[in-house]
Design a protein around this ligand. Sequence first.
Ligand SMILES: [Fe+2]
Length: 234
Amino acid sequence: MSLSIRQDSLKLQVIPLRMYFLVIKNYSYLGINPVSHDAVIIDPTGEMEKIEQALEKADAVLRGILITHAHPDHIQLVKPLVKKYSCPVWMSRKEIVTSGFNCDRLIGFDEIPWSVGQIKIKPFFTPGHTPGSVCYLVEDNLFTGDTLFTEGCGSCFGDRAATQVLYNSLQYLKREITPETRIFPGHSYGKKPGNSFSSLLQENIYLQFNNSVDFCAFRLRKGQKNLFNFRWGA
Ligand SMILES: [Fe+2]
């Protein structure tokens, strides 16, 4: 018993931060190594003070910024954070090229792991929602941006070819991600972030498809409402 408690206390601490980008409800996440107090932030947006206060409370130092994709509601605080903490920013090469995003200390990467202080980062390229979208695996936590939500998946805005690509990305995650991995999406439609991938595999309808034709027909079906009606997880 004491050994499992000790092991849990050494795991990455994930702090979900509820943020507003205009009227859109987003989640930014801090990942903190409890031993070294190194911290990374995923998709910083919203209120700077929330990030500063969470870092201070955890006695952590921001070492890096990980961007899942370059949509405005996922990158709003990148430049102010770089200015304040002088930390590097990671975004896939493809996303940099296709979005035109630029900032100081920006690093484009290929699909190979790296470390930020004592935090090991493993990227999974999951295009579809955007051409260079990435999910980040940090220990047993997967930060999925707008590729995969607990209750659904990202939109490809009516683009059939991109929807096919998104299907392939979700299949890739199904092959590579272990069931116990906790999923932390960029938005919620009502469920708290941090559910296991195994629960999504059972309950998320977009993970039930085994062929891209049916997936695309369903993802692109007419009459979808409230695509941006994001809520806080309860
Ligand atoms: Fe997005």
